[in-house]
Design a protein around this ligand. Structure first.
Ligand SMILES: [Mg+2]
Length: 263
């Protein structure tokens, strides 16, 4: 198999919560030795990528922040820059706003004297009513691009409990304005286009690896690139069998990835 770039999901694929999945480290050692690029992509915009870099490094996996880690925030920035956007309205955590502020002028409260060219919404644990209100006012005034970093309804925390995620925030805005957000993370194929450009590889040289069908496997199907579904996380074999987009490959875990790549 002639793959030059492997795009990994993290939780459920490389590790499960605090524990590294057996054989993961050896798989990354193999990729490194064979000069196959690997990146970790997350839809979660509430953590800095430094958080993930530290976590992956602590497992002993060779990686660097600048080279190996990407999120829907990077895709959002690249997409808005391509559109020529200069000023945005942002709902989200401080870490999302800080990142966007390096590339755009942003506001996070409605100001009738300021014209914005896009509305961005990310998962926020710091959310206040006025932020959502401002997004609704701008989206009603003008037909602006409305971008979400992810559209998950809920985010898992400890003890099998969940907290509201970005999908719910965007739904709140939709119910007021009738405007639906476009997600700049998986399963939108813009993620694959962005990484293919970034690493200068062709689509048939890419493999997407993940445990979740409707994000990891669907993004590959949408972009027409090969996918590997691992059964170490969210999906069971029965879930995979029932799913309308079959992964190209199916393995118990990424431990078996080197032998798959040898084929
Ligand atoms: Mg996962």
């Amino acid at each position: 198999m002639n793959k030059k770039l492997v795009i990994f999901d993290m939780d459920g694929t490389v590790y499960l919560g605090k524990n590294l999945i057996d054989g993961s480290k050896e798989t990354f050692d193999y990729l490194d030795k064979h000069h196959i690029e690997y990146v970790f992509f997350t839809n979660n915009s509430s953590h800095d990528l430094e958080f993930y870099e530290k976590k992956i490094k602590n497992f002993g996996i060779k990686c660097s922040l600048e080279h190996n880690f990407y999120s829907s925030t990077e895709v959002t920035i690249s997409y808005l820059k391509d559109l020529g956007v200069k000023t945005i309205y942002c709902v989200g955590n401080k870490c999302l706003k800080d990142k966007l502020a390096k590339h755009f002028k942003y506001i996070d409260r409605y100001d009738e004297n300021v014209d914005v060219e896009a509305v961005v919404c990310g998962f926020s644990t710091e959310l206040v009513y006025d932020e959502l209100k401002g997004a609704c006012l701008y989206l009603q005034k003008k037909d602006l691009p409305f971008i979400a970093t992810n559209l998950d309804w809920r985010c898992p925390i400890e003890d099998g409990l969940y907290i509201p995620d970005c999908g719910g925030m965007c739904e709140w805005i939709y119910r007021c304005t009738g405007k639906k957000a476009t997600v700049m993370g998986k399963p939108n194929p813009v993620v694959i286009d962005y990484l293919a450009k970034r690493f200068n590889v062709k689509k048939d040289e890419i493999l997407v690896v993940g445990d979740r069908l409707y994000t990891d496997i669907l993004v590959g199907a949408n972009a027409n690139v090969d996918t590997l579904c691992v059964l170490s996380g969210e999906s069971s074999l029965e879930d995979v069998k029932k799913y309308e987009h079959q992964p190209t490959y199916l393995l118990d875990s990424i431990k078996e990835l080197p032998s798959l790549l040898e084929k």
